[in-house]
Design a protein around this ligand. Structure first.
Ligand code: GLP
Length: 243
Protein backbone atom coordinates (compact mmCIF):
# COMPACT_ATOMS: atom_id res chain seq x y z
CA UNK A 1 0.00 0.00 0.00
CA UNK A 2 1.28 3.41 -1.01
CA UNK A 3 0.56 6.09 1.60
CA UNK A 4 0.37 9.82 0.93
CA UNK A 5 0.28 11.90 4.09
CA UNK A 6 -1.25 15.31 3.44
CA UNK A 7 -1.42 18.29 5.75
CA UNK A 8 -5.18 18.64 5.57
CA UNK A 9 -8.42 17.80 3.78
CA UNK A 10 -7.74 20.26 0.97
CA UNK A 11 -4.37 18.74 0.11
CA UNK A 12 -5.86 15.24 0.35
CA UNK A 13 -8.54 16.28 -2.15
CA UNK A 14 -6.05 17.87 -4.54
CA UNK A 15 -3.78 14.83 -4.47
CA UNK A 16 -6.72 12.52 -5.14
CA UNK A 17 -7.94 14.72 -8.00
CA UNK A 18 -4.49 14.71 -9.58
CA UNK A 19 -4.40 10.91 -9.56
CA UNK A 20 -7.93 10.73 -10.96
CA UNK A 21 -7.09 13.26 -13.67
CA UNK A 22 -3.94 11.31 -14.59
CA UNK A 23 -6.06 8.17 -14.93
CA UNK A 24 -8.50 9.96 -17.25
CA UNK A 25 -5.69 11.38 -19.39
CA UNK A 26 -3.89 8.05 -19.66
CA UNK A 27 -7.06 6.20 -20.56
CA UNK A 28 -9.80 8.61 -21.69
CA UNK A 29 -12.40 5.81 -21.79
CA UNK A 30 -11.53 4.50 -18.33
CA UNK A 31 -14.07 3.19 -15.84
CA UNK A 32 -14.05 5.08 -12.55
CA UNK A 33 -15.54 3.55 -9.43
CA UNK A 34 -17.04 6.45 -7.51
CA UNK A 35 -17.91 7.00 -3.87
CA UNK A 36 -20.19 9.37 -2.00
CA UNK A 37 -20.09 10.71 1.55
CA UNK A 38 -18.38 13.91 2.64
CA UNK A 39 -14.82 12.66 2.03
CA UNK A 40 -14.64 12.74 -1.81
CA UNK A 41 -16.50 16.06 -2.20
CA UNK A 42 -13.29 18.13 -2.28
CA UNK A 43 -11.72 15.85 -4.90
CA UNK A 44 -14.84 16.17 -7.07
CA UNK A 45 -14.65 19.97 -6.71
CA UNK A 46 -11.06 19.87 -7.99
CA UNK A 47 -12.05 17.69 -10.94
CA UNK A 48 -14.85 20.13 -11.81
CA UNK A 49 -12.35 22.99 -11.65
CA UNK A 50 -9.91 21.15 -13.93
CA UNK A 51 -12.73 20.45 -16.37
CA UNK A 52 -13.86 24.11 -16.38
CA UNK A 53 -10.30 25.28 -16.95
CA UNK A 54 -10.37 23.12 -20.07
CA UNK A 55 -7.85 20.59 -18.84
CA UNK A 56 -9.99 17.54 -18.30
CA UNK A 57 -12.36 15.80 -20.67
CA UNK A 58 -14.94 13.33 -19.33
CA UNK A 59 -16.64 12.66 -22.65
CA UNK A 60 -15.48 9.04 -22.86
CA UNK A 61 -15.27 8.30 -19.13
CA UNK A 62 -17.60 5.71 -17.64
CA UNK A 63 -18.44 5.48 -13.97
CA UNK A 64 -19.98 3.02 -11.56
CA UNK A 65 -20.94 4.04 -8.06
CA UNK A 66 -20.35 1.91 -5.03
CA UNK A 67 -23.73 2.10 -3.39
CA UNK A 68 -27.18 3.61 -3.01
CA UNK A 69 -29.79 3.77 -0.28
CA UNK A 70 -32.62 1.33 -0.78
CA UNK A 71 -36.00 3.04 -0.93
CA UNK A 72 -34.88 6.47 -2.10
CA UNK A 73 -35.85 7.65 -5.55
CA UNK A 74 -33.36 9.50 -7.72
CA UNK A 75 -34.96 12.89 -7.10
CA UNK A 76 -34.60 12.53 -3.32
CA UNK A 77 -31.87 14.97 -2.33
CA UNK A 78 -30.32 12.35 -0.04
CA UNK A 79 -30.01 9.70 -2.75
CA UNK A 80 -26.52 9.04 -4.00
CA UNK A 81 -27.82 9.56 -7.52
CA UNK A 82 -28.71 13.14 -6.54
CA UNK A 83 -25.36 13.57 -4.76
CA UNK A 84 -23.45 12.56 -7.87
CA UNK A 85 -25.46 14.92 -10.09
CA UNK A 86 -24.81 17.80 -7.71
CA UNK A 87 -21.16 17.16 -6.98
CA UNK A 88 -19.82 15.86 -10.27
CA UNK A 89 -21.98 14.63 -13.13
CA UNK A 90 -23.99 17.82 -13.54
CA UNK A 91 -20.82 19.89 -13.73
CA UNK A 92 -18.60 17.99 -16.15
CA UNK A 93 -19.12 16.57 -19.64
CA UNK A 94 -19.59 12.94 -18.61
CA UNK A 95 -22.43 11.37 -20.61
CA UNK A 96 -25.40 10.39 -18.44
CA UNK A 97 -25.66 7.06 -20.24
CA UNK A 98 -22.10 6.28 -19.12
CA UNK A 99 -22.85 6.69 -15.41
CA UNK A 100 -24.16 3.79 -13.34
CA UNK A 101 -25.54 3.71 -9.80
CA UNK A 102 -27.66 1.01 -8.16
CA UNK A 103 -31.34 1.92 -8.43
CA UNK A 104 -32.61 2.60 -4.91
CA UNK A 105 -36.21 2.67 -6.04
CA UNK A 106 -36.11 -0.92 -7.30
CA UNK A 107 -38.16 -2.93 -4.78
CA UNK A 108 -36.88 -6.33 -5.93
CA UNK A 109 -33.53 -6.36 -4.15
CA UNK A 110 -32.28 -9.57 -5.68
CA UNK A 111 -33.08 -8.47 -9.22
CA UNK A 112 -31.41 -5.12 -8.68
CA UNK A 113 -28.20 -6.72 -7.40
CA UNK A 114 -28.04 -9.11 -10.34
CA UNK A 115 -28.72 -6.23 -12.76
CA UNK A 116 -25.93 -4.12 -11.24
CA UNK A 117 -23.36 -6.91 -11.28
CA UNK A 118 -24.18 -7.47 -14.97
CA UNK A 119 -23.59 -3.78 -15.66
CA UNK A 120 -20.22 -3.93 -13.91
CA UNK A 121 -19.22 -7.03 -15.85
CA UNK A 122 -20.28 -5.33 -19.09
CA UNK A 123 -18.05 -2.37 -18.30
CA UNK A 124 -15.06 -4.68 -18.25
CA UNK A 125 -14.02 -3.88 -14.70
CA UNK A 126 -13.20 -0.73 -12.80
CA UNK A 127 -9.85 0.90 -13.58
CA UNK A 128 -9.71 3.17 -10.54
CA UNK A 129 -11.96 2.84 -7.52
CA UNK A 130 -12.31 5.65 -4.99
CA UNK A 131 -13.21 4.61 -1.47
CA UNK A 132 -14.05 6.49 1.70
CA UNK A 133 -13.93 4.82 5.10
CA UNK A 134 -16.87 4.43 7.47
CA UNK A 135 -16.32 4.98 11.20
CA UNK A 136 -16.88 1.27 11.73
CA UNK A 137 -14.49 0.30 8.94
CA UNK A 138 -17.11 -0.08 6.22
CA UNK A 139 -16.31 0.46 2.55
CA UNK A 140 -19.22 1.22 0.25
CA UNK A 141 -21.95 -0.04 2.52
CA UNK A 142 -20.17 -3.30 3.38
CA UNK A 143 -20.81 -3.27 7.10
CA UNK A 144 -18.87 -5.32 9.68
CA UNK A 145 -20.05 -8.92 9.33
CA UNK A 146 -19.05 -12.53 9.90
CA UNK A 147 -17.90 -12.96 6.32
CA UNK A 148 -16.98 -10.84 3.31
CA UNK A 149 -19.81 -10.43 0.79
CA UNK A 150 -18.60 -11.14 -2.73
CA UNK A 151 -20.95 -9.34 -5.07
CA UNK A 152 -23.49 -6.50 -5.09
CA UNK A 153 -26.02 -7.11 -2.35
CA UNK A 154 -28.62 -5.47 -0.16
CA UNK A 155 -27.46 -4.70 3.40
CA UNK A 156 -29.07 -3.71 6.67
CA UNK A 157 -27.25 -0.60 7.83
CA UNK A 158 -25.72 -0.77 11.29
CA UNK A 159 -26.63 1.52 14.16
CA UNK A 160 -23.25 3.26 13.82
CA UNK A 161 -23.79 4.03 10.12
CA UNK A 162 -27.34 5.30 10.65
CA UNK A 163 -25.98 7.45 13.47
CA UNK A 164 -23.09 8.78 11.32
CA UNK A 165 -25.30 9.51 8.29
CA UNK A 166 -28.25 11.07 10.08
CA UNK A 167 -26.51 14.45 9.83
CA UNK A 168 -27.57 14.61 6.20
CA UNK A 169 -31.25 13.95 6.94
CA UNK A 170 -33.87 16.04 8.69
CA UNK A 171 -34.39 13.41 11.36
CA UNK A 172 -32.91 10.03 12.18
CA UNK A 173 -36.12 8.18 11.20
CA UNK A 174 -35.59 9.42 7.65
CA UNK A 175 -32.28 7.55 7.25
CA UNK A 176 -33.00 4.45 5.14
CA UNK A 177 -32.34 1.20 6.99
CA UNK A 178 -31.05 -0.65 3.95
CA UNK A 179 -28.76 -0.01 1.00
CA UNK A 180 -27.45 -1.64 -2.15
CA UNK A 181 -23.69 -1.92 -2.28
CA UNK A 182 -20.99 -3.44 -4.42
CA UNK A 183 -19.60 -6.44 -2.58
CA UNK A 184 -16.08 -6.75 -1.23
CA UNK A 185 -15.29 -9.09 -4.12
CA UNK A 186 -16.60 -6.50 -6.59
CA UNK A 187 -14.45 -3.79 -5.01
CA UNK A 188 -11.36 -6.00 -4.87
CA UNK A 189 -11.60 -6.63 -8.63
CA UNK A 190 -10.82 -2.95 -9.34
CA UNK A 191 -7.40 -2.57 -10.94
CA UNK A 192 -6.41 0.32 -8.64
CA UNK A 193 -7.95 1.59 -5.44
CA UNK A 194 -7.70 5.06 -3.97
CA UNK A 195 -8.66 5.18 -0.29
CA UNK A 196 -9.35 8.68 1.02
CA UNK A 197 -9.48 9.34 4.74
CA UNK A 198 -9.66 12.63 6.60
CA UNK A 199 -10.03 13.72 10.18
CA UNK A 200 -9.14 12.53 13.66
CA UNK A 201 -12.43 10.69 14.11
CA UNK A 202 -11.19 8.09 11.59
CA UNK A 203 -7.66 7.74 13.05
CA UNK A 204 -8.39 4.68 15.16
CA UNK A 205 -10.31 2.74 12.52
CA UNK A 206 -7.78 3.63 9.81
CA UNK A 207 -4.94 2.19 11.89
CA UNK A 208 -6.99 -0.95 12.50
CA UNK A 209 -7.85 -1.31 8.81
CA UNK A 210 -4.28 -0.87 7.58
CA UNK A 211 -2.24 -2.46 10.37
CA UNK A 212 -4.68 -4.79 12.14
CA UNK A 213 -5.77 -8.30 11.25
CA UNK A 214 -7.72 -8.80 8.03
CA UNK A 215 -11.25 -9.54 9.18
CA UNK A 216 -14.81 -9.00 7.93
CA UNK A 217 -15.43 -7.21 11.23
CA UNK A 218 -13.31 -4.40 9.74
CA UNK A 219 -14.31 -4.62 6.07
CA UNK A 220 -11.64 -2.16 4.87
CA UNK A 221 -8.91 -4.46 6.25
CA UNK A 222 -9.35 -6.63 3.14
CA UNK A 223 -7.58 -3.87 1.20
CA UNK A 224 -4.31 -5.16 2.68
CA UNK A 225 -4.66 -8.01 0.15
CA UNK A 226 -5.17 -5.76 -2.88
CA UNK A 227 -2.04 -5.33 -5.03
CA UNK A 228 -2.54 -1.66 -5.89
CA UNK A 229 -3.99 0.50 -3.13
CA UNK A 230 -3.05 4.13 -2.58
CA UNK A 231 -4.11 5.65 0.71
CA UNK A 232 -4.34 9.43 0.79
CA UNK A 233 -4.95 10.60 4.31
CA UNK A 234 -4.44 13.81 6.20
CA UNK A 235 -2.29 14.13 9.30
CA UNK A 236 -5.28 13.95 11.62
CA UNK A 237 -6.40 10.62 10.14
CA UNK A 238 -2.85 9.25 10.29
CA UNK A 239 -2.30 10.36 13.88
CA UNK A 240 -2.31 6.80 15.24
CA UNK A 241 0.42 5.77 12.79
CA UNK A 242 2.91 7.74 14.88
CA UNK A 243 1.98 5.92 18.03
C1 GLP B 1 -21.11 6.32 3.80
C2 GLP B 1 -20.92 5.70 2.39
C3 GLP B 1 -19.50 5.29 2.18
C4 GLP B 1 -18.60 6.39 2.71
C5 GLP B 1 -18.67 6.38 4.21
C6 GLP B 1 -17.92 7.51 4.89
O1 GLP B 1 -22.10 5.71 4.54
N1 GLP B 1 -21.77 4.63 2.07
O2 GLP B 1 -19.26 5.00 0.82
O3 GLP B 1 -17.28 6.17 2.33
O4 GLP B 1 -19.99 6.26 4.67
O5 GLP B 1 -18.60 8.72 4.78
P1 GLP B 1 -17.92 10.11 5.04
O6 GLP B 1 -16.98 10.31 3.92
O7 GLP B 1 -19.04 11.11 5.02
O8 GLP B 1 -17.23 10.02 6.36
Amino acid sequence: MKIYRTSDYREMSRTAAMILAAQIRLKPDCVLGLATGSTPVGAYEELVRMHRDGHLDFSLVKSANLDEYRGLTRDNDQSYYYFMQQNLFGQVNIRPENTFIPDGSQPDAEAECVRYEKILAGLGGVDLQILGLGHNGHIGFNEPADSFARTTHCVDLTRSTIEANKRFFEKEEDVPRQAYTMGIGTIMRARKILLLVSGGSKAEILKEAVCGPVTPQVPASILQFHPDVTLIADEAALARFDA
